[in-house]
Design a protein around this ligand. Structure first.
Ligand code: GTP
Ligand code: MG
Length: 235
């Protein structure tokens, strides 16, 4: 609705006269409360998930002597992009629709050293009762036509609130360092050309993605070799 739109677009600098006008309508005020709560809930969901992953990381470090996670990044979608996405999807701009239909408000990128580590992490996430798997897109097994690779998993994590338990969604992107290197640079080039990338550049980018993939494979084989050396040494 119109009021929803106004509220959402001015979340950060809403003036009080508007608030007063809105508060004459109890229903709208309730919606307003929900709008205000939204970024807080997603921020908390990210924190909860990050803590779970930190714990896994610490355990792996203890058992293996090193962590398979290179780094973790998180980000929150800003209200404007949320609204734009709803409009693009042809949905009413309500908080309920955001909770229900937008899966990438909270995003987490986990960058691992090796491809194997990504699936190891994913298998672990699947087994946990405090994480629900909502959707999986395996662009590692099935890379996009431009060569993009990553494992995308939409999960939900429970937040215990006064009102009860609430499952909040987070989009996790898992990649290797090589995949992350490629995706980060491709993103920059893509935006420089304002999404109209000349064909030869598209081609070169896809070739570069293949090179990144080969690098991953090479490093994985080197690791396997080193690990088997290890085994042959220990009695
Ligand atoms: P969105 O509406 O953009 O979220 O698309 P989608 O719902 O089809 O999701 P998908 O899982 O395909 O991609 C989501 C996210 O993955 C994007 O927002 C990017 O962060 C990343 N991504 C997907 N494709 C590419 C790509 O070709 N290049 C780069 N650099 N990133 C990509
Ligand atoms: Mg997205």
């Amino acid at each position: 609705s119109e009021i929803d739109k106004i509220i959402s677009l001015n979340l950060n600098n809403l003036d009080l006269s508007k608030l007063k006008e809105i508060s004459e309508h109890a229903d709208t005020l309730k919606q307003f409360e929900e709008w205000k709560k939204l970024p807080i809930l997603y921020e908390l969901a990210l924190e909860e998930l990050q803590n779970k992953i930190k714990l896994i990381q610490a355990e792996w470090e203890l058992t293996d002597g090193f962590s398979p996670i290179e780094h973790i990044k998180t980000r929150l979608k800003d209200p404007k992009s949320m609204i734009e996405k709803l409009v693009r999807k042809g949905l009413d701009t309500t908080v309920d629709n955001i909770f229900e239909h937008i899966h990438d408000i909270a995003g987490m990128r986990i960058v691992c050293a090796f491809v194997q580590d990504i699936y190891r992490m994913f298998n672990h996430l699947q087994q946990r009762e405090d994480i629900k798997i909502i959707e999986i897109k395996d662009y590692i097994a099935n890379p996009k036509s431009n060569g993009y690779q990553s494992l995308h998993v939409i999960v939900a994590v429970p937040l215990v609130l006064m009102e009860g338990k609430r499952w909040v969604k987070v989009e996790i992107q898992m990649r290797t360092l090589a995949m992350d290197f490629w995706a980060s640079l491709e993103h920059i080039i893509f935006y420089k050309y304002d999404k109209q990338v000349p064909p030869h550049i598209v081609h070169e980018l896809t070739e570069a993605a293949k090179a990144a993939d080969e690098l991953d494979l090479k490093m994985l084989n080197l690791r396997k070799e080193v690990l088997s050396l290890d085994e042959s040494v220990t009695p």
